[in-house]
Design a protein around this ligand. Structure first.
Ligand code: HEC
Length: 187
């Protein structure tokens, strides 16, 4: 915009110089040449003003670009810090879940768990010497020696051919059977 306006100034100045020059032709030569000189000096001053305007427009534009770039950068920084917060929240949740699972399992009563193991149907699918179980649908628990947390997880959510027992066993039953299996497997 500034540049276009500047070009327009130059044209107006040139026209003015020409008009003054033509008018000067009618009069004596000195007046005419001084009119031309003054028109030329006006044109030169307009030219330098235009140059300043173009410079200031360019420097404003470059400042705006800089500030837009720094806004974008700060937006990116904020996004990445939000991402880090989500990551840390997720890892806190997963730690809380696994520690809850571990504490639930470690609080179980193995003797009560044996009764659960015998009555809930585990024996039909798993081998576990202590329970006299010889099932062969799922892994041999004497060989697998699952930690209590894994027993809680499998019995609660199931996996593959193993059903979830969450609707059939209480949290305490599950903690008990986990304590039982993890303490007798492999013995
Ligand atoms: C219908 C058969 C079936 C019944 C009933 C069953 N399971 Fe399972 N169980 C499986 C199968 C199959 C797997 C293997 C799942 C997989 O990893 O794909 C399994 C996996 C497991 C595992 C993980 C073993 C490992 O090391 O990966 C444990 C622990 C377990 N069962 C315990 C139990 C307990 C305790 C019960 C009784 C509450 C039970 N299961 C009842 C079939 C059964």
């Amino acid at each position: 915009m500034q540049r276009v306006r500047g070009v327009r100034y130059l044209l107006v100045a040139a026209l003015a110089a020409g008009t003054v020059g033509l008018a000067g032709c009618g009069d004596d030569g000195d007046d005419a040449s001084s009119a031309v000189e003054s028109a030329q000096s006006q044109a030169a001053s307009i030219q330098s003003q235009v140059g300043e305007q173009v410079d200031s427009a360019l420097s404003q534009a470059s400042e705006q670009v800089d500030s837009a770039a720094s806004q974008i950068q700060s937006g990116l920084d904020q996004a990445s810090s939000a991402g880090e917060q989500v990551d840390s929240a997720q890892s806190q949740v997963s730690e809380a879940v696994s520690s809850a699972v571990e504490s639930a399992a470690s609080e179980g009563d193995p003797a009560a768990g044996k009764t659960v193991f015998m009555s809930a149907g585990c024996v039909g699918c798993h081998t576990l010497a202590d329970a006299g179980a010889t099932g062969a649908v799922g892994p041999n628990l004497d060989e697998a020696k699952p930690p209590a947390a894994l027993v809680v997880e499998r019995v609660t959510t199931g996996k593959g051919a193993m059903p979830s027992f969450a609707g059939q066993l209480s949290a305490a039953d599950i903690a008990n059977v986990a304590a039982y299996v993890s303490s007798v497997a492999g013995q």
